[in-house]
Design a protein around this ligand. Structure first.
Ligand SMILES: CN1c2c(nc(N)[nH]c2=O)NC[C@@H]1CNc1ccc(C(=O)N[C@@H](CCC(=O)N[C@@H](CCC(=O)N[C@@H](CCC(=O)O)C(=O)O)C(=O)O)C(=O)O)cc1
Ligand SMILES: N[C@@H](CCS)C(=O)O
Ligand SMILES: [Zn+2]
Length: 737
């Protein structure tokens, strides 16, 4: 049997983020739409040429996007938020929904399963589903050669959406003729890749009937066109999926704890082509091709029609190693998107042409890397994981020290990372300016923003994080055990990207990382300045983690390092320390059988970092974009004195979770959406506060924006914060009367 190769999706950012730069230039009016089209067309063509260069048998199409592929599906099927209806379906509408405009708020952003990628949540209220030809034409421009169009499947699409009075099933059914119309747009294609990752989650049991209905409908309507149901990130129910009338199944053989392979060996896959995800699509390690070889051999023995591919779209890994200048011994261990395609090509040559030369060369590099020992330190994880006193008594001591007003106001940490800030950092990193010049600049920016915060009359101040490129990469640059890349960008939301650091060895605190900037800021004001750290769970989840030791051990190593930093800050007189954990929810396993262990480990790691402080030191944490329902008890168990959370983009849905349990620790409510340039109206902020205060004790309540303000412009920040502080001051007066 000949084995084929395929790919599920390629990063759209471009090698050096050309995609981001073009779109942002278009938004800023620096280029016209034509030029945007041209640049994006070139990136797409480059991506295709690169994949063709590795003789991938079937390339994805339609995975490229002008913002987000879920939003693309919404435009394709006319699921347009009510407030944006009536406009032409074009780029203006696309970016209005994604970013909001002067009149209307943007749609909500949520995490795509357990990744750091955000999709735009479809809204069903009063929509008129129909097939939009213009949206299709932009998305699926013809390519020559073998291709499989990619689209998010109807069950997943509806499961990820919100609003509307129709039932889940009604929504799915209303889309089926539109998907058919979509399929019928194409002439000859290899197959249709219909992404249904929702079918690897717990919900998959309750979704079986409608899933069956959908794929039976397509089978009747499609006149023999080949559909592959693509799953990833966890094991699937192979027997059930095999019972559906589709041509093939896409399964993840990397993140399935061995369960997909077991099912294949068990003979659960019947009369289906198998699209086997054998190369890790979301971590950066070179594959052990000897092990992959034996997996593929086993699959070959059980399956008649076999295609090998990455375990998921490569959207979640950087484009290429070729622009990096890493030590060879480390680079040997890595494979970004391009190098993963090289691995597929080597496997194909081995299986189809009995040519093992490429495979042997790659395997030699894997072995070189893994022969080095990265585990040598001993750790004492036996440190306090409980605060000395319960919340009530320590919070009284904190208030005595801090003397904060009712409804204290604060921000989440970062202030605008302006072009100037980024330029200074780039100049410093490239040795164009000295350490001293960089430090002087960071200090002047910090001072400017301490003054702005004082003028605004905010109660608890922040230093602004001007010295940080990113809240995780910054710590990755300073902790032992991490390496950072030059161009290892991965899309996070819209045009915003991150460069996750790579954990390759034992993590260790070596010297203070945040002290200088925090103490400098504190020296400028009488008001408290929060120490600002990223927590161990988030550092782990937003890094590419080593896989040679258990994940929990890596998390605890990071936790000890953050504990060391917490203690340094406390020792130097910082009285409020915020340990951000925005990625805690995202790391939740997709199957609930693993939730308990994950949450226990995550809570424990946070508490390793934060429990050793005195009662008087106030520990804050922050989480954004989170759907808290399933983890609310773990959030409470963190025992943070104050948590600040995002609520405004979910239009208040989220606070319900905190209302539903007795959350009796400090809570700061995000009262406006920082992802949008829009300035909030006082009534909106007042409404958000009033709603929360109906159930949350006034004495426990703080007011803050949804998240850090690094992406916003200075005038947007000052205007929005003024509205926030003015509204709170009015509210305070009303409460005190
Ligand atoms: C809170 N969020 C975060 C997530 N994940 C993280 N790892 N970090 C997060 O903060 N996930 C969920 C959310 C996602 N939110 C965001 C918000 C904002 C960004 C963002 O702004 N990203 C920037 C890149 C940030 C960065 O690393 N900058 C570097 C490099 C700067 C740069 O572009 N340099 C230029 C040269 C500059 C010059 O010469 O003028 C270059 O390299 O070309 C830095 O500041 O040093 C973005 O631009 O997308 C991401 C996620
Ligand atoms: N302190 C960080 C948290 C972002 S989730 C910031 O303000 O950007
Ligand atoms: Zn945040």
């Amino acid at each position: 049997m000949t084995i084929k190769t395929s790919n599920l999706g390629f990063p759209r950012l471009g090698e050096k983020r050309e995609w981001k730069k073009a779109i942002e230039n278009y938004w800023n009016g620096q280029i016209e739409l034509n030029e945007l089209h041209d640049t994006l067309k070139n990136i797409k063509a480059d991506n295709e040429a690169l994949q063709e260069g590795y003789s991938i048998d079937s390339l994805p199409s339609g995975d490229f996007s002008y913002y987000d592929h879920v939003l693309d599906a919404s435009l394709l099927f006319n699921i347009i938020p009510e407030r944006f209806q009536g406009q032409d379906v074009d780029e203006t509408l696309l970016y209005n929904i994604a970013r909001g405009n002067k009149e209307h708020v943007a749609s909500a952003l949520l995490k795509w399963f357990n990744t750091n990628y955000h999709y735009i949540v479809p809204e069903w209220d009063n929509v008129s589903p129909k097939f939009n030809q213009s949206a299709f034409d932009r998305q699926y421009t013809e390519r020559s050669g073998s291709t499989h169009p990619v689209i998010v499947g109807p069950v997943t699409y509806v499961a990820l959406s919100k609003g509307g009075s129709q039932s889940f099933e009604e929504k799915v059914r209303s889309l089926l003729p539109l998907y058919t119309e979509y399929f019928n747009q194409f002439g000859d294609v290899d197959y249709f890749q219909v992404d249904e990752p929702i079918l690897v989650t717990d919900s998959s049991e309750s979704l079986k009937d409608i899933t069956k209905e959908v794929y039976e409908y397509f089978n009747d309507a499609l006149d023999g066109k080949n559909i592959v149901i693509q799953t990833y990130f966890e094991r699937a129910d192979v027997e059930f999926l095999s019972s559906l009338p589709v041509y093939g199944l896409g399964l993840d053989f990397v993140h399935d704890q061995g369960e997909n392979l077991k099912q294949i060996k068990n003979g659960d896959l019947k009369n289906k082509a198998l699209y086997a995800g054998v190369i890790d699509g979301r971590n950066v390690w070179r594959s052990d091709l000897e092990t992959v070889k034996s997996t593929v051999q086993t699959l070959k023995d059980h399956v008649d029609d076999l295609t090998i591919q990455p375990s998921s779209t490569l959207l979640h890994v950087p484009v290429t190693l070729k622009n990096e200048s890493l030590d060879q011994s480390v680079e040997d261990g890595l494979a970004f998107a391009t190098e993963k395609l090289e691995e597929l090509a080597a496997l194909k040559a081995y299986f189809n042409h009995n040519d093992s030369s490429q495979l042997d060369a790659l395997q030699e590099r894997f072995v070189n890397f893994n022969n080095q020992s990265f585990k040598h330190l001993e750790y004492d994880f036996d440190v306090p994981v409980e605060r000395a006193s319960a919340f009530e008594s320590r919070s009284a001591k904190q208030q005595e020290k801090l003397n904060l007003p009712l409804l204290p106001t604060t921000t989440i940490g970062s202030f605008p990372q302006s072009k100037e800030v980024r330029k200074y950092r780039a100049d410093w990193k490239n040795n164009r300016i000295s350490d001293e010049e960089y430090r002087t600049f960071i200090e002047s920016e910090t001072k400017r923003w301490i003054d702005i915060q004082e003028d605004l009359d905010i109660d608890v101040l922040v230093h602004g994080e001007f010295e940080r490129n990113d809240m995780v990469e910054f710590f990755g640059e300073r902790l032992a055990g991490f390496l950072v890349t030059k161009f290892g960008w991965v899309q996070s939301y819209g045009t915003r990207a991150v460069k996750p650091p790579i954990i390759y060895g034992d993590v260790k605190w070596t010297k203070p990382m945040t002290l200088e900037e925090t103490l400098y800021a504190q020296s400028l004001t009488e008001k408290p300045v929060k120490g600002m750290l990223t927590g161990p769970v988030t550092i782990l989840n937003w890094s590419f983690e080593r896989v040679d030791i258990p994940k929990v051990e890596v998390m605890n190593q990071i936790a000890l390092a953050i504990k060391d930093e917490v203690q340094e800050l406390e020792k130097e007189g910082i009285t409020i320390i915020q340990v951000d954990e925005p990625a805690l929810r995202e790391g939740l396993p997709l199957r609930s059988e693993y939730h308990g262990q994950y949450l226990d480990d995550a809570v424990n790691a946070f508490k390793i970092s934060t429990s050793s402080v005195q009662d008087e030191t106030q520990i804050h944490t922050h989480m954004c974009y989170s759907q808290f329902g399933k983890i609310i008890h773990a959030i409470k168990a963190l025992d943070a004195d104050v948590i600040s959370i995002e609520t405004s983009r979910s239009h208040g849905d989220l606070i319900q979770d905190f209302e539903d349990i007795t959350y009796d620790l400090g809570i700061g409510l995000g009262v406006y959406d920082i992802h949008s340039p829009r300035i909030p109206k006082p009534e909106e902020i007042k409404e958000a506060i009033d709603r929360a205060l109906t159930n949350i004790d006034t004495k426990l309540f703080w007011v803050n924006p949804d998240c850090g303000l690094k992406t916003r412009k200075e005038d947007e920040v000052t205007a929005a914060l003024k509205v926030l502080v003015d509204t709170v001051q009015e509210k305070r007066q009303a409460l005190e009367q």
